[in-house]
Each structure stands twice: as structure tokens, then as C-alpha cells.
Design a protein around this ligand. Structure first.
Ligand code: HAM
Length: 435
């Protein structure tokens, strides 16, 4: 029988790598808390229409990358519903914002999430079909200050801080503005017109994009097309006065906060809901999939989903890509996961001592120590070898020890052997651990 494997584009995360994942998540939670973001958890699947109406029908994500299925109707009267595994989390957060009337508090809602997303992309380094995002959204009625350029700058400054605290060095913040939805629509038409004469000289994908979604031409990576793309009109020239002013204020706030960035007029992002500020943090070590994270403003998204006016800004970082970057050698001293050796390995000398060993392990674990338990069927040599690999000490539990209540503890790092009364074992481990 053929053995079953994880599905293409998905993978298992195993210890000790999961420690790194947990550490990244813990750092993110700590930083988000300092900026007053609270956690939201939305469902992993949603009504398909949610993504069509937010991310956009014409985008790659919605048109070809979603895992969508018809949910069977349970009763005759029920209609089958089209459901989709979430390809991203902004749509779900804004749906929840509307559904729970979070805007009625009048407060800016600052929400973060950590969880898996699903896109049927071609798997490669840094690109998976199930991947993880750590993201955050700041959304609220205009009276909550949600439209203020200060929010854009605060989010970007928080991201710079988070990447620094994670120990990721050498990132680049790329920044742009795509203007209001009217500015963006206008630019799309400017591009469409300009592409009539240029597109025939470009790759086949661009020839198609020139007709279906001209903005996507700017994402083209084909080297021969680059000079042609650079010759196209730039979005900055299509921005209205308001968008220009907003962008200038964001840039000024970043300058005064000392957050470095570069302007990239081609950064229009692959999701339709963006307005005004768009950004990505890239990292050279990642290869073709060089975006550590992406985000921007979506001032019209709530209304597009039938909700109240609620401008917002947010981002999502690829957790898989953060891990790759850190593993590729960006780990600095403070951020390197500590080499955690267990506090003790308990070696029962005989199967009849297994139960007593389990009791001893339970006592120590309850006292907060990390303990592994050997097995009474092991020879002493095997126990020593096993313990030496994973624990700082081995605690021998033989008949004599059980009777006398005096245990033998061998410390591998110090090379010492000590007799310790059982009642004092926890105290002994605690003192020794502190040295
Ligand atoms: P996105 O640019 O589609 O934006 O994804 C954000 C990040 O998720 C990417 O920069 C990348 O690090 C990671 N990512 C995306 N696809 C994959 C994949 N197939 N494998 C591994 N990592 C991936 C969004 O999702 C928006 N919701 C961000 C946002 C939040 N905008 C405003 N608020």
C-alpha cells in the first residue's frame, strides 16, 4: 500500500523548530500588546462571497488560488453554500467588525491574529499552500482617528520594532500610495491606454493583464519587460490632492520616528481593497519570494462589505518566511533559542521501579522542572547515554535508593555525583539550576 504523505504545499512543523515558531509568536504578542492591539480569532473558513467582494474577483487569489467547495445542504429547504478556506485574514476581521458592530463603541479597534491561511499557489521556497500569517488591523469610524496618517506611521514603526526585536536584520521597507479608489480607477485607465502600444512588446502574461487588470503589469518580474514598465505612467501622477497630502504626512512621521524606507512607485499590491498607503517589508535572503510582510490601507472595505464607513490599515507577515530568514543565519545572540537541556532524567533500575519513577517525575514536574523518564528495562549504560543527550543530570532510582530515600544525582555539566535525600531533591535541582 502506498504510504500517505502531507499534501503538496503543506508540511509538518516538528520540534525543535516549533520552539522558534513559538518564540516568534510570543515576541509578536508582546510587541502588539505594547501598541494596544488585542487578539481576534476568526473562523478558518468563510462564505466564498466574502473574499470575492473584498480581495476582488479579478485577483489571482480569488480567480485561481482559493480552496472552495459547495457545502452540502442538510435539508431540502436549505441551499448549498459555497465556502472557502481563508486565503488571508483581513476580510474575516472586517466581516467580524461589521457583524459585532465594533464601530459603535466609537473607539479605534486594534486587532491582531496569528493563524494558517490557504492559497493554491505553486509551492516553492517560502511559498506554501498552507502558510501562517501574523497580522494586525487598526479599523474604526473616522471619528476614532482611523484615517489619520499617524496610524499608518504607528503601524510601520511597530513593524520595524517587531522585526528588530525578532533579530531580523537587513530588511527594507518599501512604501507607496495607490490613492483613493477613484485615483486608483483613474490610474488603471491611464495604464490601460498606455499599454495599448506597449503590451504587444511584453510577455504573454502582461498582454493578458493589459486587458483584464492593467495594474498587475507592474508586478511583472520578466527582465526584458522591466524597461517597458519603467516607461509607463506612474501612479503618483494620478493621485488626488488628499491622497498626496496623506502620503506626505506618513513619510514625514516616519522620518521623525527614524524608520528607514524606500519609495517604490510600482508597489500596488495584489489585493483590490487597498487605498492610499501600501507597503511591504522585503528581505534579500528570501530569494524570489522576498516579501516578509505586506499591507496597507483599506478605507472603503467595510462599506464594500455592506458595513458602515470604517477606514483601516493593517498588514500580514508570513510566519514561514520569518522562520526561514532567522534560520538562514540572521539569529543574533539575544534572539537565538536557548539550548534547553532538561533539568533531570530519571532512571529506574528495574521494571518494578517504573511506578515509583513515575511518581518521582510527577513530583518534580509539579514543582516546575522539565523532566524525562527512562525505563526500568534499560541497562544503566543506555540510561546514561540517553540522559547525557538531553538532560543536565541523571537521577538514579534503584531498590536501595527507594528504601533509603537517598538518591544519586549525577550532574553531566559539572561532572559531579551527589547523594541527595529525596525530600530535598527539588531544592537541590533549584539551587543547582540557578548557578
Ligand atoms: P499578502 O501580501 O497577500 O497580504 O500576504 C502577506 C504576507 O503573507 C506575504 O508578504 C508573505 O510573507 C505571506 N504569504 C502570502 N502568501 C504566502 C504563501 N503562499 N506562502 C507563504 N507565505 C505567504 C495579505 O494577506 C493582506 N491580508 C495583508 C493586509 C492586512 N493588508 C491589510 N491588512
Amino acid at each position: 500500500m502506498a504510504t500517505l504523505k502531507a499534501v503538496r504545499g503543506t508540511r509538518d512543523l516538528l520540534p525543535p523548530e516549533t520552539e522558534l515558531w513559538n518564540r516568534i509568536e510570543a515576541t509578536a504578542r508582546r510587541v502588539f500588546a505594547r501598541y494596544n492591539f488585542g487578539e481576534i480569532r476568526t473562523p478558518i473558513f468563510e462564505d466564498t462571497a466574502l473574499f470575492a467582494r473584498s480581495v476582488g474577483e479579478e485577483t489571482d487569489i480569488v480567480s485561481k488560488e482559493m480552496y472552495t467547495w459547495e457545502d452540502r445542504a442538510r435539508a431540502q429547504s436549505e441551499k448549498a453554500q459555497s465556502l472557502t478556506l481563508r486565503p488571508e485574514n483581513t476580510a474575516g476581521v472586517v466581516r467580524a467588525y461589521i457583524e459585532h458592530k465594533l464601530g459603535e463603541s466609537g473607539q479605534l479597534q486594534k486587532l491582531y491574529y496569528i493563524g494558517p491561511q490557504f492559497r493554491r499557489e505553486r509551492p516553492q521556497k517560502g511559498r506554501y499552500r498552507q502558510f501562517w500569517q501574523i497580522g494586525a488591523e487598526a479599523i474604526g469610524p473616522p471619528s476614532s482617528g482611523s484615517e489619520s496618517p499617524l496610524r499608518d506611521a504607528e503601524v510601520l514603526e511597530m513593524l520595524a520594532t517587531l522585526l528588530d526585536e525578532l533579530g531580523i536584520k537587513g530588511w527594507t521597507l518599501e512604501l507607496n500610495s495607490v490613492g483613493s479608489s477613484a485615483d486608483r480607477a483613474r490610474y488603471n485607465e491611464v495604464l490601460r491606454t498606455a499599454l495599448v502600444s506597449v503590451a504587444p512588446k511584453m510577455c504573454v502574461d502582461c498582454q493578458r493583464r493589459a486587458v483584464t487588470n492593467p495594474l498587475r503589469v507592474l508586478d511583472c518580474k520578466v527582465p526584458e519587460d522591466q524597461p517597458l514598465i519603467e516607461s509607463l505612467p506612474k501612479i503618483g501622477d494620478s493621485l488626488g490632492a488628499e491622497a498626496k497630502e496623506h502620503f506626505a504626512a506618513v513619510v514625514a512621521a516616519l522620518d521623525s520616528a527614524g524608520v528607514p524606507y524606500i519609495l517604490n512607485h510600482r508597489l500596488v499590491r495584489g489585493l483590490d481593497y487597498y487605498t492610499r498607503t501600501t507597503f511591504e517589508f522585503t528581505h534579500g535572503g528570501l530569494g524570489a519570494q522576498n516579501a516578509l510582510l505586506g499591507g496597507g490601507r483599506y478605507d472603503g472595505l467595510s462599506e464594500a462589505l455592506g458595513g458602515p464607513r470604517a477606514p483601516g490599515i493593517g498588514f500580514a507577515m508570513g510566519l514561514d518566511r520569518l522562520v526561514l530568514t532567522l534560520q538562514a543565519g540572521d539569529l543574533n545572540q539575544e534572539s537565538a533559542p536557548p539550548q534547553v537541556a532538561l533539568d533531570a532524567y530519571i532512571a529506574p533500575l528495574g521494571e518494578n521501579l517504573n511506578a515509583a519513577a513515575l511518581t518521582l517525575a510527577r513530583e518534580l514536574r509539579r514543582a516546575g522542572f522539565n523532566v524525562e523518564l527512562g525505563d526500568g528495562s534499560f541497562r544503566l549504560k543506555k540510561s546514561f547515554e540517553a540522559a547525557d543527550k538531553i538532560a543536565r543530570r541523571i537521577v538514579i532510582l534503584g531498590e536501595d535508593e527507594l528504601q533509603s530515600g537517598i538518591l544519586t544525582v549525577k550532574d553531566f555539566t559539572r561532572g559531579t555525583q551527589t547523594k541527595v535525600p529525596r525530600a530535598e531533591l527539588a531544592a537541590f535541582l533549584a539551587t543547582a539550576a540557578g548557578e
